[in-house]
Design a protein. Sequence first.
Length: 149
Amino acid sequence: MMTIGVQLQLVGDAAASSESAESRLDALFFALSDPVRRSILERLDGQALLVSELAEPFDISLQAVSRHIQVLVRAGLIQQERSGRISRCSLDAGPLLDAAVWMNRYSKYWQQQFDMLVATLAEIDSRAAQPGATAAARKRAPRRPSRRK
């Protein structure tokens, strides 16, 4: 009887873990959906910056930039260190790995398309490499009536 309870608990934990992973992915993709937030991430690549430094290139208020940063913090993409009124931000690319793993499950679909493209291009190249291929193609091509007067 105790074993069943433990199994049910484990199933419940797996479901909770799955929901948690889904909500993290939702937050991540939401954070990446805005061009300002993507630009902020690009600026943080390899360096930590103050919020005021992050806000410089944008034509929006410092408060609006701070809201974007909070979205990125909730998604786990930015770590913020505060010292009084000064806030320094740095990139945490770890959550991007979760998104990459999730997207990789679907890579088989686009990989099939790439494989078909490679095969088609190889066939075109082999036809072009055959001697007389262009002359044979010309013979098969229908002629257009000339419009000379």
